[in-house]
Write a protein that binds this ligand. Structure first.
Ligand SMILES: Nc1nc2c(ncn2[C@@H]2O[C@H](COP(=O)(O)OP(=O)(O)OP(=O)(O)O)[C@@H](O)[C@H]2O)c(=O)[nH]1
Ligand SMILES: [Mg+2]
Length: 421
């Protein structure tokens, strides 16, 4: 039996003069990712966010009535709320109040599988909580609350505070250690000189699906099952970074990494707690920016991702733009913009996935060309290498060596120059 979903009302503000639409569709998807159900949606046009109540006090009273009418348990706001806003709103609406940050942290907490992921989420949650405890204490002392309630009340929060601070330090130390392990692994990858291509993009763009399609090009069926990564039509399906080695058409390898998706107004606590995970991007040789071509807010989401990429990498790594899900295009409104750094694919249907690999091969390893060789018996090692690692054909054993045709990278041509016929 399916578990009863938490009934929610969602609330947002549309700032006048802002071209950024307050996307309640996305908030609905976030609520669903947290196993909630949206029964109603309220949006208010305003010039600015109210410091005390987020939106107008009158509007809040309306919202309180609407919430009773709908019989929802929880009201969710589409921005981060301060401690005092939370408290003031709760006083009026008299039910559970959650902001966008808490919601996203909650989803992350549900998805985190690895020890590192769990620690990062807990760290972000504690850092969110800490400044809000202070707000609460002020409220308590303002209310007075009578003898007995004030002291112990304050004291409890104070111990919580101290507990939280020491837990934060403890987690930070543990994350530091994990980071060292990650560092070692990364150094090994760099030493092996296998280039890394990071797949990044807005959440639900199809990054993990693409990684699965890429590994299908080079692993046997029996190996595939335990190489595949988790795919789901929900926001933040992936939290932990995965790396997979894939063979390029020319025979060299790259490592693809699939990581946490981006979202607008990604809580700063998350960005900070996931700093190590996100900073992996700095060590990529190439960034593959995946975009859902059917996304209604494509431009905004693309910009959100580009901003995060430039924040993390200082724009030092080249970015190739890949539009995904072309299989379900409603062709009337799609613009194919021809550009040498833009590709169009379908990760599920595997349309143009081999072109993408060819493109990456070229971007990382440069040109390839086919040559006819005659390799002498004295250097059969070179023959075996080419035979196993490059595309070869028309192999012919002759008296003093082997003749063959092979596609090699231009940057390795010098090694075989003298054998070219
Ligand atoms: N029609 C269609 N659906 C796709 C394609 N690629 C991915 N999807 C679907 O899009 C949804 C999200 O895919 P994921 O691969 O989990 O997306 P993601 O970018 O890894 O998402 P997060 O990990 O949540 O950031 C799934 O339902 C996929 O089946 C595609 O090429 N065409
Ligand atoms: Mg994913």
């Amino acid at each position: 039996m399916e578990k009863e979903r938490e009934k929610c009302l969602i609330v947002g503000i549309q700032l006048t003069g802002s071209d950024e639409e307050n996307d309640m569709e996305e908030l609905t998807q976030l609520v669903e990712a947290a196993e909630g159900e949206v029964l109603g949606c309220v949006i208010q046009n305003r010039h600015s966010i109210d410091n005390r109540f987020y939106l107008g006090q009158g509007k809040l009273e309306e919202i309180a009535n609407y919430a009773s009418e709908l019989d929802v348990e929880t009201i969710i706001f589409n921005d981060e709320l301060s401690g005092s806003q939370l408290k003031n709103i709760e006083d009026i609406v008299d039910r559970r109040v959650i902001d966008r940050t808490t919601l996203i942290l909650d989803i992350f907490a549900r998805r985190a599988l690895t020890n590192e992921g769990k620690l990062q989420v807990e760290l972000a949650q504690l850092k969110y909580k800490l400044p809000r405890l202070a707000g609460m204490r002020q409220d308590l002392s303002r209310q007075g609350g009578g003898i007995g309630s004030k002291g112990p009340g304050e004291k409890k929060i104070e111990t919580d505070r101290r507990h939280i601070v020491s837990r934060i330090q403890d987690i930070e130390a543990q994350i530091d250690k994990i980071e060292q392990v990650r560092d070692t692994k990364r150094k090994k990858r760099m030493k092996d000189e296998i280039p890394v291509v990071s797949i990044v993009g807005y959440t639900n763009a199809g990054k993990s699906t693409l990684l699965n399609s890429l590994i299908e090009t080079c692993y046997a069926d029996e190996e595939l099952e335990n190489k595949k990564v988790f795919v789901r039509d929900m926001l933040f399906a992936t939290l932990d970074t995965e790396h997979r080695r894939v063979k390029l058409p020319g025979g060299r390898y790259v490592i693809f990494s699939d990581t946490v998706g981006f979202i607008k107004k990604l809580p700063t606590q998350i960005v900070k707690a996931f700093k190590g995970t996100l900073e992996e991007l700095k060590y990529a040789n190439l960034i593959l920016h995946l975009i859902d071509i059917n996304d209604e807010n494509l431009d905004l989401h693309r910009q959100t991702t580009l901003d995060l990429i430039s924040q993390i990498t200082d724009n030092e790594i080249s970015v190739v733009t890949v539009y995904n899900k072309i299989d379900k295009i409603d062709d009337s409104n799609v613009r194919f913009i021809p550009n040498e750094n833009t590709l169009y694919i379908s990760a599920t249907e595997k349309n143009n996935v081999s072109d993408l690999l060819e493109y990456i091969d070229n971007k990382i390893n440069g040109e390839k060309a086919k040559y006819a060789f005659k390799i002498p018996n004295s250097d059969l090692k070179s023959f075996y290498y080419l035979y196993e690692n490059r595309f070869t054909e028309n192999v012919e054993y002759v008296e003093d060596g082997v003749k063959l045709e092979a596609i090699i990278y231009e940057d390795e041509k010098y090694k075989y120059e003298t054998y070219i016929l």
